[in-house]
Design a protein around this ligand. Structure first.
Ligand SMILES: NC(=O)c1ccc[n+]([C@@H]2O[C@H](COP(=O)([O-])OP(=O)(O)OC[C@H]3O[C@@H](n4cnc5c(N)ncnc54)[C@H](OP(=O)(O)O)[C@@H]3O)[C@@H](O)[C@H]2O)c1
Length: 300
């Protein structure tokens, strides 16, 4: 099996590379820093700067995860353009390359986020739900998914992975919370009532592999554990895993003033459920957030 990845050097991508290398798959990562791919993703992984470097070499699957980090900086117009180009324009380039090929991979697994639904409030969100309240992040995900779906017209199976907050020991969401929580300054954000769909990195890797192997899998899948928690509960459980108090609230007003529209990512949420993954027979290793945080806390 030869898999082409974009975003292969990222948190999810590099763990996928290690997982699939252990299975003996051949991996190529399309990257802005191809010389570093082998070091980041594993010795046998090839980095390419341009897709045409592949020539007509057969590719069995494409996994498309590239994108500038969404919560890193203010959503200025310049930042919005970068967030858009690094996902939508890059996916358009991928589709154009696929169009021009004689041999086509059977499947495109493309990234997305539970942010596709916008802030869902108390509503339970399954893959049949429509976006509840659109914001920039949901518009970005909607356009990203629509672009990826163009590969269907090329006869490819397209899977959309609507990912929740990925919990990992290094990188991702938890790495930002580590310091305040370790200092005893952690706590609920805003009202703390917003829902947080989360997924342990090991499950994220396993479910992407599951969706790759399942030839009948296509369309959107909520990639989050079956039991989302409210932000207040998440803070309490992270405090418990780190043996620290977690009562220090972060007021919504402060966040809105400091982050502008980006604050919707923290003040809003999604009560998303992985209905389609469960129906397809995927088993999550980490169903409850405490077990996930306890597993990661020693390495945080
Ligand atoms: N982690 C989460 O909690 C989470 C949740 C929901 C959705 N997602 C989405 O899932 C995808 C993968 O997540 P991740 O956490 O693994 O991401 P990540 O660690 O931020 O890595 C994303 C990769 O995208 C590429 N990239 C970054 N900026 C870029 C730019 N300006 N132009 C082109 N490529 C760029 C980089 O690859 P190169 O440097 O090799 O080019 C980078 O390694 C992302 O698109 C993310 O938005 C993640």
């Amino acid at each position: 099996m030869h898999i082409l990845l974009t975003g292969g050097t990222g948190l999810i991508g590099r763990h996928l590379c290690r997982f699939w290398q252990d299975k003996g798959y051949r991996l190529t990562v399309w990257s802005r820093r191809p010389a570093q791919v082998a070091q980041v993703c594993g010795a046998g992984v090839r980095g390419i700067a341009r897709l045409d470097e592949l020539g007509e070499e057969p590719v069995d699957a494409v996994v498309n995860l590239a994108g500038a980090p969404i919560a890193d900086r203010h959503w200025t117009s310049h930042r919005r353009a970068l967030l858009w180009a690094s996902r939508i324009t890059l996916t358009e380039q991928l589709i154009a390359w696929l169009q021009g090929r004689q041999q086509r991979p059977a499947v495109l697994i493309s990234g997305s986020a539970v942010g596709w639904y916008g802030d869902g409030g108390e509503r339970e969100l399954t893959e049949l739900s429509q976006p509840v309240k659109e914001d920039f992040a949901s518009q970005l995900c909607i356009a990203w998914e629509e672009t990826a779906l163009r590969a269907e017209a090329l006869g490819m199976r397209v899977v959309l992975v609507r990912t929740g907050l990925v919990l990992a020991a290094e990188g991702g969401f938890l790495s930002r919370l580590r310091l305040p929580f370790k200092l005893g300054l952690g706590g609920p954000i805003g009202s703390g009532r917003q829902w947080m769909p989360w997924v342990h990195l090991d499950d994220q890797i396993a479910l992407i592999d599951f969706l790759l192997q399942r030839e009948d899998a296509s369309g959107p899948y909520n990639a989050c554990a079956p039991e989302p928690v409210r932000n207040r509960e998440f803070a309490r459980r992270l405090g418990r895993a780190l043996h620290r108090p977690a009562f220090m609230p972060l007021p919504a007003l402060v966040l809105r003033a400091g982050l502008g529209e980006l604050s919707v990512l923290l003040l809003g949420g999604q009560r998303a459920r992985p209905v389609r993954l469960l129906a397809a027979g995927f088993t999550f290793r980490y169903n409850d957030v405490q077990s996930a945080l306890d597993d990661l806390s020693a390495r945080l």
